[in-house]
Write a protein that binds this ligand. Structure first.
Ligand SMILES: [Zn+2]
Length: 411
């Protein structure tokens, strides 16, 4: 990658990711990939070389904390190649890498500058992460869990190499170590079964306290974070008590506010993934087993209640779309607002909230010394949140201070 150019963003309406009121007429100076200064326009016109935003809104790049990097586009209609017709030339298996490259660009073009991959088949997320890191394709920064650690469970027969089975505390520890060997950035574990698998029960705890405790101990000792998939209350309870760093889905937590208080105290972040319940209940209802659709309808209601209760308890919330197509992630913000967050709180969830979920202390905020992953929107997302979901309104995206797709201005 080329050395980051110095960049002066002139006359921005600054929404810094902390939730306060916007600052009008701000100037942000970027050098060597980081924000170096935040000043006020001093009355003159933009200096030579500066990029005049003319009052457009400048935000931190969005961070999606729950995305599956996956070349199978079945859940992202219209994104991949159309399904082959009978008699057509067979598709080369390696086309999948081009689908992933397209996804990487789509995330970035939508202003998503970091994603946390929460499970992908055949280590696709790790390969894509490396392709982006080596400059072979434009894309967001990716953190990957490697494979999802699960107890021996029916989901493995459906999700194949997205999962790695382990039973008992020592196998759990070994599974953590194997993910680190694979190149994982953090660990994800199934504390309960999944709502998308007919023969799994998402209500019961799928791991024992000893097993999940072993995962957390092993991961934390090695300096990586733990995300726990937890739908039912018992699994969520064991995960919170074991000290995981994020709860994924977590829809049943409204039933026990004490656990939400505990999460707030310990800084455990909730990634509510409202879109996945919505999509299973409505958008994809025709291609899921009817029992799962009925379950998703119930879960959607619970997930909304949990967002409200978590907000009241002071739990940090985060944006996780858990749906497709790549780049449509900000739809999750509309769902968070439907569930009771203010627009400003939803933007905080997608920026500093998600950065906290990922353990990143220098992203998700426009502040001096933070990484210059930035997003300029044509319009005012505080008044019209849907502007963030409209690709035509994404005016500029920078990754580490470098204007990325769509590389609109030449600076
Ligand atoms: Zn997921």
């Amino acid at each position: 990658m080329e050395a980051p150019a110095d960049l002066i963003l002139w006359d921005a309406r600054l929404v810094d990711g902390r939730g306060g009121p916007p600052t009008e007429h701000a100037v942000v100076r970027v050098a060597a990939g980081r924000i170096r200064a935040i000043e006020a326009v001093d009355g003159r016109s933009a200096p030579p070389g500066a990029l005049d935003l003319e009052g457009r809104t400048l935000l931190p790049g969005l961070i999606d904390a729950h995305t599956h990097v996956i070349s199978d586009t079945e859940r992202a209609p219209g994104f991949g190649t159309p399904p082959p017709l009978h008699g057509e030339e067979p598709r080369p298996e390696a086309l999948r890498w081009f689908v992933l490259a397209k996804a990487a660009r789509a995330f970035l073009a939508a202003g998503i500058t970091t994603i946390r991959d929460v499970g992908s088949p055949d280590d696709e997320a790790i390969t894509l992460r490396e392709a982006i890191r080596l400059g072979l394709v434009d894309g967001p920064r990716i953190l990957s869990c490697g494979r999802i650690i699960t107890a021996t469970a029916p989901g493995s027969r459906i999700f194949g190499t997205m999962y790695e089975e382990a039973d008992g505390p020592w196998e759990m520890r070994r599974a953590v170590r194997r993910q680190l060997r694979r190149g994982a950035d953090y660990v994800k574990v199934m504390a309960t079964g999944a709502r998308s698998v007919e023969r799994e029960n998402p209500e019961a705890a799928q791991l024992t306290a000893e097993e999940i405790g072993a995962v957390v101990d092993e991961a934390h000792r090695m300096g990586v974070r733990v995300a726990a998939h937890a739908e039912g209350l018992e699994g969520a309870r064991l995960a919170v008590e074991a000290g995981v760093d994020t709860i994924e889905h977590g829809l049943s937590l409204h039933r026990e506010p004490r656990l939400l208080d505990r999460m707030a105290e310990r800084g455990i972040v909730l990634v509510p993934t409202l879109s996945t319940f919505h999509d299973l209940a409505e958008r994809f209802r025709d291609d899921f087993a009817p029992t799962l659709v009925a379950q998703a309808e119930r879960q959607r209601e619970e997930a909304g209640k949990t967002v409200e209760a978590a907000r009241a308890a002071g739990v940090t919330l985060s944006m996780g779309y858990d749906s497709g197509p790549p780049g449509a992630n900000a739809n999750e913000l509309l769902r968070l607002v439907e569930a009771g967050l203010s627009v400003s709180e939803a933007i905080v969830a997608a920026t500093s909230g998600s950065a906290k979920a990922l353990g990143m202390t220098d992203r998700g905020m426009i502040a001096v010394d933070h990484v210059a992953d930035l997003l300029v929107v044509d319009g005012d997302p505080l008044a019209e949140l849907a502007a963030l979901t409209d690709p035509k309104r994404i005016w500029l995206v920078t990754r580490e201070g470098v204007p990325a797709m769509p590389a609109r201005p030449s600076v």
